[in-house]
Design a protein around this ligand. Structure first.
Ligand SMILES: NC(=O)c1ccc[n+]([C@@H]2O[C@H](COP(=O)([O-])OP(=O)(O)OC[C@H]3O[C@@H](n4cnc5c(N)ncnc54)[C@H](OP(=O)(O)O)[C@@H]3O)[C@@H](O)[C@H]2O)c1
Length: 325
């Protein structure tokens, strides 16, 4: 099996192009001269619907598919039954449709949440399926593990150069700042505390869990590197290889935002796995490495948040504060 080359003429279908990962990938592809993108919103083509997915792929016959459509991985939409069912349906619809038209190259984006809760750190790709999952993300992970299996099975049966990747926590422009947790949710909470001059802001959990955060532009770069160079059944980790405690992350956010109140913790909220950081040697072996340092990435993301999400009056107040400070 030889992976087909990515060229400016390649017809690249990005499922989930309005999402955090998909939008960054489209920006990256367009910047590199890939204009032949096949895109549809979920209201134009509901990918849970096999017939709709089949018709979409049959009409466009893409050279490359990137599956970055999903439901609820960031904890927002739906309960466990929706998350399990919707993700299974999106995946099987898209992967089956891609198989029918023999799409030669496909990248399936899964997630580092698929690793067992007690994985040895930093987590190597060989840890997949080696122990019980984190209960909070179990149904999501099971659906995505089925997707990894389908990609490998199609490689084996049909000889297509399909691959999968396991990105760590992402952040950047287009993030969901209303999510109850994660970097973006914490950024909004600290921003709002700064706006009203709250004496303290509460961070869910004990502050001790250690997590890794990758800027979406680095993820997009990694996806292109994989499409250009990687052709192996083993799913690949995409991360930074560096972790930070939630407490230190909150401090970094407060420094960026200019919030001087206290940072408190709510130990009653679940912490999840104590540590989660990826071994990224497969990716760095391809010559890729994350370029965005966390502090700089947070500062740029906060600028984006102010420009796109915060109310204009708040924006002026914050920027005024920055000038004075
Ligand atoms: N965000 C993270 O921190 C993170 C971490 C690790 C891995 N990942 C992986 O990255 C991939 C993308 O995640 P994301 O964070 O970018 O997701 P996201 O921002 O929530 O976007 C998901 C996208 O999926 C599309 N979608 C949802 N249901 C659909 C349906 N029924 N039919 C068609 N499209 C549908 C949505 O389309 P519309 O906008 O048109 O509704 C949306 O653009 C996922 O595979 C995820 O596992 C993300």
């Amino acid at each position: 099996m030889r992976a087909p080359q990515l060229t400016p003429a390649s017809r690249i279908l990005v499922a989930g192009h309005r999402g955090l990962a998909g939008s960054a990938l489209c920006r990256r592809l367009r910047a590199a001269g890939h204009e032949n993108l096949v895109l549809a919103t979920s209201s134009e083509v509901d990918l849970r619907d096999r017939a709709a997915a089949g018709a979409w792929l049959a009409e466009h016959r893409p050279d490359v598919v990137v599956l970055a459509a999903e439901r609820g991985g960031r904890g927002g939409a739906g309960g466990p039954a929706d998350v399990l069912s919707d993700n299974l349906r999106i995946q099987t619809s898209v992967l089956d449709a891609a198989r029918v038209v023999a799409v030669p190259r496909l990248l399936f984006l899964a997630s580092a949440c698929l690793y067992p809760r007690e994985s040895r750190q930093p987590i190597r790709e060989s840890s997949l399926m080696s122990g019980p999952l984190e209960p909070a993300t179990e149904f999501y992970a099971i659906a995505k593990i089925a997707g990894l299996a389908q990609v490998r099975a199609v490689r084996e049966q049909d000889g297509l150069a399909w691959i999968s990747a396991l990105p760590t926590n992402l952040y950047g422009p287009g993030d969901d700042f209303h999510a109850p947790h994660g970097l973006a949710g914490l950024m909004r909470a600290v921003h709002e505390a700064a706006q009203i001059g709250a004496p303290s802001v509460t961070v869910p959990g004990s502050g001790t869990p250690r997590r890794e955060f990758l800027h979406v532009d680095d993820l997009a770069e990694a996806c292109v590197a994989l499409l250009e160079q990687y052709d192996d059944p083993t799913p690949v980790n995409i991360g930074t290889g560096r972790d930070i405690s939630t407490a230190d992350l909150a401090k970094m956010l407060a420094e960026t935002i200019g919030y001087t109140g206290a940072i408190e913790f709510d130990p009653a909220a679940p912490d999840g796995a104590p540590r989660r950081v990826l071994d990224i040697r497969t990716m760095t072996g391809l010559g890729w490495e994350p370029r965005t340092r966390l502090r700089a990435g947070i500062a740029a993301t906060y600028e984006w948040y102010l420009d796109n999400t915060a109310l204009p009056r708040q924006r002026e107040a914050v920027r005024g504060h920055e000038m004075v400070g």
